[in-house]
Ligand binder design. Structure first.
Ligand code: 8IG
Length: 275
């Protein structure tokens, strides 16, 4: 049987595919290793341009295990960027969401590939809904912890991984050295792709959540399994359902991301340069 994506073969080893992906990236970029990796979600895309010199732009589907993105605006490109101090960043513009239904192996493949390229820091960014009433659309916040409501895990078999300080307090400290005003919150990953009902948002609040999203938690677990240090940041593009009184629209969310993009991208680039 031929699989369109190698990861869809249940007998394949996802870590071996990630190693092949990393080898391909090394081949295409001529860079033996990457030091830091970033997944840029809604609103964060232009950070790539501010990080340094993009030396290579690779269509993700040229790399083993990656597939074409489902959503417009989620550009399926991997960029190798030379930072001013000589470090190399791998920018992943090819996030696969859990709600696409291709399974969790595909969701975390980019993170495992980043680890296989040598990256020791994984920066995960996203656009998300805010539960704290005083957050306004366009507010960037640090993820302090998460609650995974997907009822799934990227870990297979009896793999017990500690998730204490999953979102590194050291890296949050670096972020706050750039912007001391950064608030933080607990990210709640829902399966999506529908937004929450107001009752679900109240549940998320009652169990200790502050940010509603559809991506980062599963990726963070895989990043921790691979030994990376994790910085998570959400752009609050909307207040979560029922917290804001008007209905949520995908167009509004995209527009809020666009309006905040230059500001938060500068912030993120400054954080990376300070790491
Ligand atoms: I942008 O309100 C964005 N992504 N689950 N809820 C969830 N995901 C989101 C939201 C939101 N806004």
């Amino acid at each position: 049987m031929e699989y369109e994506n190698l990861l869809d073969d249940p007998s394949a080893d996802p870590f071996e595919i990630a190693r092949h992906a990393a080898e391909r990236i090394a081949e295409l970029t001529g860079a033996e290793r990457h030091d830091i990796a970033l997944t840029l979600g809604s609103g964060w895309g232009s950070a790539a341009d501010l990080l340094g010199e993009t030396t290579h732009s690779i269509p993700a589907y040229e790399v083993p295990g990656f597939s074409k993105p489902a959503l417009e605006g989620h550009v399926g490109t991997l960029r190798s960027i030379l930072l001013p101090d000589g470090r190399r960043a791998l920018v992943i513009g090819a996030r696969t969401h859990y709600y696409e239904g291709h399974g969790v192996r595909r969701v975390v493949h980019s993170v495992r590939t980043a680890a296989a390229t040598g990256a020791s820091v994984m920066i995960l960014t996203n656009g998300a809904g805010g539960i704290k009433e005083h957050w306004s659309p366009g507010t960037p916040v640090l993820i302090s912890d998460h609650i995974n409501l997907t009822a799934d895990s990227p870990l297979e078999g009896a793999t017990f991984v500690d998730l204490t300080d999953l979102y590194s307090s050291r890296l949050r400290g670096v972020a706050r050295s750039i912007d001391p005003g950064l608030d933080d919150g607990v990210y709640v990953q829902f399966r999506g792709p529908h937004y929450e009902t107001p009752a679900e948002v109240q549940m998320a609040k009652a169990i200790g959540g502050h940010i509603c999203g559809m991506s980062t938690a599963l990726e963070a677990i895989a990043a921790r399994q691979s030994g990376m240090e994790i910085l998570g940041m959400s752009l609050i593009t909307n207040l979560a359902a029922g917290i804001q009184q008007t209905p949520l629209s995908h167009e509004e969310v995209i527009e809020a991301g666009r309006a905040a993009e230059a500001r938060i991208s500068r912030l993120l680039a400054d954080i990376v340069h300070a790491l």
